[in-house]
Design a protein around this ligand. Structure first.
Ligand code: NOJ
Ligand code: CA
Length: 713
């Protein structure tokens, strides 16, 4: 029997110590979710997770190999435990909903290793939609500065689940997803054939990255990831197919160590989100709730942003990042010789500024504006960029003045070519330069192998680097979009100026590779986006003949590109195509102009990873709703019950959908725009073409004169 007594009662926080017997099971639970903990006969810490009494995680071990203690996973005894419950509602600076409820029951177990006397705590939090747990190394004499050689956290799955996975690469997450049984995971071919930038040979062919999405045969949806990844390497998962067990596999540093820690300290949270409904996985706020509140006190300068960019034209080969053809192209006087295809020239940049200004687009990104692009690509090149020297045809002053005149914000581009040391040395100069020239957002990039040499994109050193950049950007009131970083873990709650990351295979792969499968965007929200917003760069309208490479096409319909602005949530969204391709479809572009980036509410209407997603979102501060529906390569009808509309109100729905003859392969650019009168209780039924989608703007109307109503759909 547990003997419990209350220690304190403060607000909603209820704490009581639990005196448990050795080997007794302790539990924390919330709704249908239950996590239990015990110490087994070897003194090893063990946990289990249930959802509605169904097994999610079977008996799984916890622990470490440390440099000072190779058996920091056994021989423990329980010295005490506590339980809390917590309930608060908080408001994000920007996001998918106005209010986020953070409600959990917490169990803290205090462990002591019998022989060494070393201490370890494990903190479990049970939410309605899953659990999080983290290790805490308390302040203690025997453990001060120490090295994590390995973390041995297990996730023993209850079956051979269907799994959506990418290989366990330490340097890139820009992979297509494979859907297979857990027992079929084998990444060797994928890694070998990868077109991903900076690909390395993964040493472990049975390793996958998180967020990892699974579905059990009996319909449980399970997502494993981590929250609040700071000062620790990213967790990948090694699968033991014989037992359906994943074990944490931390990204190593240059000499093979995993993490250098200094007690007291704790690890990131390991997260397991679970539901019998796929829609609940997408609405989960568990990862955000496990992150610390904003460290930035004045957040008024942080604003979601829609932008166009001198970018797709480089990706598709129409223009270049570099000014000259080669690093040594200089004339007799030593002046660089222009190649006449340099994208970031003043006139062209002004063209994008004009387009943004006349279409209500907030900002313009310009890549290839600074010297160094003649010889940037490749690995381990030091000092390629200085982040402050424009090419001769990029008139910084004139462009800054023109953008200000047109009320358009400029987005800085800082490609580091993987040389994080070079960036760190110059960061203050770079951010000062941005502020002086009116840039309040920066897109960073980490293409290539990392310097310090031997470090990895997802190792502890770089994890700390990304956070240092976010903090430095905040000091200068600059918003951040990182390309090629580690995948996010909810740190946007703590650093709300960190609007988005790439950290997955974006739309750009349709420019320089055979592209992404039509199912790709139906998987991303269940995997990569679980940790935070993605700069996916949607909105491609010219879906064929956009490069000189024959037969290349984007595996989508035009209407689906519109839907992505709703289904792939981000406070930073690019309208990625060229101005002239938008001018050719002004009516469809209207949706991109109108779609907001900040929301009061979100309803996940229907979803199945790999198949389809329909999401409705309510614009911040208005009564307008925007809906996005997408499908994989199969045609389907999205059925959208409009239960979320206000009772008694009438609305006009403007529907941007595939035409009857649209399909992603043969006829991707046809679409239709229709308007219908709708109200709460109505169902919208929208046909999605193979590889297609639909985007809908639903606005309330006061209608004294019904004759003005558009005809029926
Ligand atoms: C890769 C990024 O994802 C892309 O957006 C950028 O244009 C290039 N690197 C060059 O920095
Ligand atoms: Ca990239």
């Amino acid at each position: 029997m547990l003997k419990q007594f209350f220690i304190c009662l403060a607000g909603v926080l209820l704490t009581y110590a639990v005196i448990a017997q050795q080997n007794e099971t302790m539990e924390a639970g919330m709704g249908k979710v239950k996590v239990s903990f015990l110490i087994d006969q070897n003194g090893s810490p063990v946990y289990q997770v249930l959802f509605d009494n169904r097994p999610v995680i079977l008996s799984s071990h916890l622990g470490f190999v440390l440099n000072t203690d190779s058996t920091f996973y056994k021989d423990f005894e329980l010295t005490g435990s506590e339980k809390n419950s917590f309930d608060e509602t908080w408001q994000p600076v920007w996001g998918e909903v106005k209010d986020i409820r953070n409600n959990y029951e917490q169990l803290i177990v205090h462990l002591k290793q019998k022989n060494s006397g070393l201490l370890l705590n494990v903190i479990f939090r049970a939410f309605e939609d899953g659990i999080g747990f983290r290790y805490e190394f308390p302040k203690q004499d025997g453990l001060k500065y120490f090295i994590v050689t390995d973390e041995l956290t297990q996730f023993h799955m209850a079956g051979d689940h269907k799994t959506f996975w990418i290989p366990g690469d330490f340097d890139t997450n820009e992979y297509p997803y494979t859907e297979s049984k857990l027992s079929m995971i084998d990444n060797s071919e994928l890694v070998k054939n990868s077109t991903a930038i900076a690909v390395r040979v993964a040493p472990d062919k049975y390793a996958v990255q998180t967020p990892l999405m699974m579905k059990s045969d009996d319909g449980l949806y399970i997502n494993i990831h981590e929250a609040a990844l700071t000062n620790y390497p990213a967790m990948q998962l090694h699968v033991d197919k014989a037992t359906n067990t994943f074990t944490s596999s931390l990204v190593p540093d240059a000499v093979g160590n995993k993490a250098y820690l200094h007690a007291p300290c704790s690890t990131p949270w390991r997260t397991i989100i679970v539901s019998d409904k796929a829609t609940n996985i997408l609405s989960s706020k568990l990862i955000l709730n496990l992150n610390e509140p904003s460290k930035i006190t004045n957040t008024t300068w942080i604003k979601p942003m829609k932008f166009v960019g001198v970018w797709w034209e480089m990706q598709t080969g129409k223009s270049t990042w570099n000014y000259s053809d080669f690093a040594d192209s200089v004339d007799a006087n030593g002046k660089p010789i222009p190649n006449h295809r340099h994208g970031a020239n003043t006139a062209n940049v002004k063209r994008y500024i004009d387009f943004a200004a006349s279409n209500g687009i907030d900002g313009v990104l310009v890549e290839g504006w600074n010297t160094g692009w003649e010889d940037w690509f490749g690995n381990w090149k030091e000092n390629v960029f200085d982040f402050v020297t424009p090419y001769p045809d990029f008139d910084m002053k004139e462009i800054t003045a023109y953008a200000a005149l047109k009320n358009v914000k400029l987005i800085m581009h800082n490609e580091t070519s993987g040389s994080a040391t070079n960036y760190e040395r110059q960061m203050d100069t770079a951010f000062r330069f941005m502020t002086m020239n009116g840039y309040h957002a920066v897109k960073t990039g980490y293409v290539g192998k990392i310097i310090p040499r031997g470090e990895h994109h997802d190792g502890q050193w770089m994890i700390n680097h990304y956070v240092r950049v976010a903090e430095k950007a905040a000091q200068y009131n600059v918003m951040l979009d990182a390309h090629e970083p580690v995948r996010p873990t909810g740190l946007q709650r703590t650093y709300p100026n960190w609007l988005a990351c790439e950290a997955a295979r974006g739309n750009e792969y349709n420019a320089f590779s055979d592209g992404n499968a039509p199912s790709h965007e139906t998987i991303l929200p269940f995997t990569r986006l679980m940790g935070g917003p993605m700069d996916y760069t949607p909105g491609i309208f010219k879906l064929k003949n956009y490069t000189t490479v024959p037969n290349r096409q984007v595996h989508t319909t035009l209407a689906k590109q519109l839907a992505l602005y709703v289904t792939l949530y981000s406070p930073l969204q690019m309208a990625a195509d060229l101005p002239e391709n938008y001018e050719a479809h002004k009516d469809a572009f209207q949706f991109i102009r109108d779609v907001p980036l900040n929301w009061d509410d979100t309803k996940i209407v229907e979803a199945e990873p790999g198949s389809y997603i329909t999401i409705a979102r309510k614009e911040k501060g208005t009564g307008n709703w925007f809906i996005g529906a997408i499908t994989n390569e199969k045609a389907r009808t999205a059925i959208i019950p409009l239960t979320f509309l206000e009772k008694g109100k009438k609305y006009i729905a403007t529907i941007y959908s595939d035409s009857t003859d649209t399909d992603w392969k043969n006829n991707p650019e046809t679409y239709q725009i229709t308007q219908v009168l709708v109200a709460q209780g109505k169902n919208l039924k929208i046909k999605l073409a193979p590889g297609g989608g639909a985007a809908i703007a639903v606005r309330p109307i006061e209608f004294p004169d019904n004759k003005k109503l558009p005809a029926k759909n």
